[in-house]
Design a protein around this ligand. Structure first.
Ligand code: SF4
Length: 452
């Protein structure tokens, strides 16, 4: 089986009757048009904000909308057939985006035209249904036509001008890509909001006093679409001490719409990136190493406060070799054959207990137990993908934490999140021991040292 989908792009002026709607409202209206079209094929769809169409809680289509001035770009696709494993492997996406239970959950979260209708309708039938639904939604009459480049159909605006339907294009959802001309290390950060993930990447001048490059992006809904580009331009060259003041001034004078996040979230992601400079000095590490730290504190305390209060070290079982008898158990004999032994040694040296997290449920139980014992914070290691997808569990723990990203084989890159969730992942991830040592150096000893 292959994964196939029908994709379309629609370029149109903002309909006159929609001018008072925000971007989210316009996206909902256009999604309603797609749903209307697909209902004509016998499907019972429901819109799920911000941009999905579902049948019985399972996603069958996704849509995206961007506005530039008076123009809209509406892009979307509907699944015809899907081979989940092949698709996720090709896209290298964490399957937890689709379900906490990985691949099996992903299958439960998606449906297709073939599953719902027993077969995939011919392309011209699908396109006609979409054109009819969108035309009704927009109050426009569809007329057949051709275009250069060719499109499958055209919709007349009613004033002689028309818009095209049917030719798929790629839409950049926006990542914080690098400035190609700038090879200098950059500070990076991400911030999870209810509306999506924000990313920031900042470069600095030779003195480290000003922003030389700025990239802020995210998997979020923003209107106008060039707002972040203009914010980046505004911040480029800004003294670091002035960054937030200038951001606040920019946002105060720009009309904008963010879906389920705010200007405060933009400040947070930029602040997190700037904090890298402090963490680099604090732990005496490179900027690249500082980028691999995640610092989280309910009160916004800096990293030095958190390591000062840390009372336990958490390591992931996947950093132990598959042949180690301790792989799926808490504990380590410190045999010296993997980095986890060094983590245990450093914890013992500082008087901090070390706990091997054996699966997701164990992580949640450990958080609850730490809170019951009055523990305020911990030093931990986990891959960034896991942290992003399990962000809520970390945040809701109420604990302060300094987390180090793990490298090497991880369940996300290998498409084995389901196994990892159950604690059955077999490959080995690597701990960054120099970074761990640097962080642990700042942890005050709880007991007299017992070894060197
Ligand atoms: S150091 Fe610990 S976890 Fe690593 S192989 Fe030895 S006993 Fe296993």
């Amino acid at each position: 089986m292959w994964t196939t989908r029908l994709a379309w792009s629609l370029v149109l002026p903002v309909p006159g009757s929609w001018r008072r709607r925000g971007l989210a409202g316009m996206l909902e209206g256009l999604c309603g048009g797609v749903a209307d079209g697909l209902r004509r094929l016998g499907l019972d769809l429901r819109f799920k904000a911000p941009n999905d169409l579902e049948i019985g809680g399972r996603k069958i289509a996704s849509c995206y909308l961007a506005r530039a001035g008076d123009g809209l770009l509406f892009h979307g696709s509907v699944l015809e057939d899907v081979d989940i494993a092949r698709t996720l492997k090709a896209l290298r996406v964490p399957t937890e985006k689709l379900s906490p239970n990985g691949l099996a959950g992903a299958r439960q979260r998606l449906t297709t035209l073939r599953q719902e209708l027993g077969d995939v309708p011919p392309a011209d039938v699908l396109k006609a249904a979409l054109a009819a639904g969108l035309s009704a939604s927009l109050g426009l009459a569809p007329v057949p036509g051709t275009a250069d480049p060719p499109v499958a159909g055209r919709v007349d605006r009613g004033d002689g001008r028309d818009i095209g339907i049917g030719r798929a294009i790629a839409v950049d959802a926006g990542d914080a890509g690098s400035d190609a001309a700038d090879d200098a290390p950059q500070a990076e950060a991400l911030w999870r909001t209810p509306g999506g993930l924000l990313r920031a990447r900042l470069g600095f001048d030779a003195d480290g006093h000003r922003l030389a490059s700025v990239r802020i992006a995210g998997d979020v809904l923003i209107d106008p679409i060039d707002l972040l580009d203009r914010l980046e331009n505004e911040l480029r060259g800004t003294p670091i001490a002035d960054v937030h003041r200038r951001m606040a001034r920019f946002l105060a004078h720009e009309p904008f719409e963010f879906w389920r996040f705010s200007g405060d979230d933009l400040h947070r992601v930029v602040r997190r990136a700037l904090d890298r400079l402090h963490e680099r000095r604090l732990f005496e590490v490179s900027l690249e190493q500082a980028n691999r730290l995640t610092v989280m504190d309910p009160d916004g305390s800096p990293a030095e406060d958190i390591v000062g209060r840390a009372a336990v070290v958490l390591v992931p079982y996947c950093a132990k070799p598959s042949w180690c008898k301790w792989r799926h158990r808490d504990g380590c004999s410190e045999c010296g054959l993997c980095e986890v032994g060094e983590a245990y040694r450093l914890g013992r040296q500082r008087g901090l207990p070390v706990v091997t997290i054996t699966d997701y449920e164990h992580l949640c139980r450990t958080f609850a137990a730490l809170r019951r014992r009055g523990v305020e914070g911990f030093i931990g290691m986990c891959c960034q993908n896991f942290f992003i997808k399990r962000h809520r569990a970390f945040r809701d723990s109420g604990l302060s934490m300094v987390l180090m990203d793990v490298t090497g084989s991880n369940c996300y890159e290998l498409g084995q999140e389901e196994a990892a969730y159950r604690g059955a992942f077999e490959a080995k991830a690597d701990l960054d021991i120099p970074l761990l040592r640097a962080v642990m150096r700042r942890v005050p000893s709880r007991t007299p040292r017992t070894d060197g």
